[in-house]
Design a protein around this ligand. Sequence first.
Ligand SMILES: Nc1nc2c(ncn2[C@@H]2O[C@H](COP(=O)(O)OP(=O)(O)OP(=O)(O)O)[C@@H](O)[C@H]2O)c(=O)[nH]1
Ligand SMILES: [K+]
Ligand SMILES: [Mg+2]
Length: 374
Amino acid sequence: MGIVEKIEEIEKEMARTQKNKATEYHLGLLKAKLAKYRAQLLEPDKKGPKGEGFDVMKSGDARVCMIGFPSVGKSTLLSKTTKTESVVGAYEFTTLTAIPGVLEYEGARVQLLDLPGIVQDAAKGRGRGRQVVSVAKTADLILLMIDATKSAEQKKMLEIELEAVGIRLNTKPPDVVFKPKAAGGVTITCTVKLTKTDERTLRSIMQNYKIHSADVMIREDISTDEFIDVLLGTRKYIPALTVINKIDGVSMETLDSMAREGDGRTIMISCEIDLGIDWLLEAIWAKLKLAVYFPLGCRVYTKRRGEQPDLSDPICLRQGATIETVCHGIHRGLASHFKYALVWGKSSKFNPQPQKVGLTHHVQDEDVVSIFTK
Ligand SMILES: Nc1nc2c(ncn2[C@@H]2O[C@H](COP(=O)(O)OP(=O)(O)OP(=O)(O)O)[C@@H](O)[C@H]2O)c(=O)[nH]1
Ligand SMILES: [K+]
Ligand SMILES: [Mg+2]
């Protein structure tokens, strides 16, 4: 049986299973299995064509990806807002690869990526969809592109495809620290009462993943799903804006109701009659600024030997930043003279004691770092 069939089988079983206290445990295990297979789906396709790249180099200060069904106007928007011309067509799947353009805004250069339209079940491997949604994983901001003249379900459908590849839109990672160990069994410490899952479920999920020793610190009332997210570590938490294009093609009434349904993250535009584009660019910029700083980013304090860290002046980094990123944040050439670093805080294995680490060590919010050079 292939992975797609296995996934379908589990989904069917979950649909058949009534949700109640007695089945909670079983459903938790099914969810864990499902997440495992979904992750496998994303592994690079060894049989697939090579070199037909979606491997566009990241450039500029941030990357924004446009995700939408065919012919919603993604290429039109790229051609309108950047110096890059991406072919526009009145037929579906005009764009077959990733086309980068550059948005310039207040001195920042932001890469805007035009991508092929996706189809439903893209994440399961239909069409080029999986490649497209996988590129979205590299984005600092995702634009969910919607055609105002088409189905109101588009946004929901796009969200489903992105979630299927492990992208969580507009949410913070759960406040859980998971540290695997070589021995000593599993210790779970909760600072809050768990109402959506229980320790027994969490323990059997870890067993399922053959994790026999680990320290788990839970500081938020998480669900079973959120725990699996932490365990797999493959989830990406990416901010998103909903962009409704072609509003020139709908009635005032429709426009009005769309405006009321939208949230603070919905922008309505028309590329055709040049409406709302400036507003969209401003919203992109505001959203990216937020993403770079708290709450989705992480702040690291630096400290010289023998001195106290300066807590008023953090280096603000993205999620997933390493000691190398910290070095670049201090000054360009620092990484090439790097010997080792000491880190205090959440990312230290020995917290509250410091850990000696190399360039690839991942820092966490509010860590204190001392860099030692050759
Ligand atoms: N009425 C109207 N038409 C638009 C607007 N923006 C784009 N279009 C038209 O929509 C059609 C599709 O535009 P594209 O930019 O090729 O759409 P796409 O999303 O890149 O499509 P694929 O690459 O095929 O996925 C073209 O005929 C555009 O001229 C708009 O604001 N209003
Ligand atoms: K098109
Ligand atoms: Mg296109």
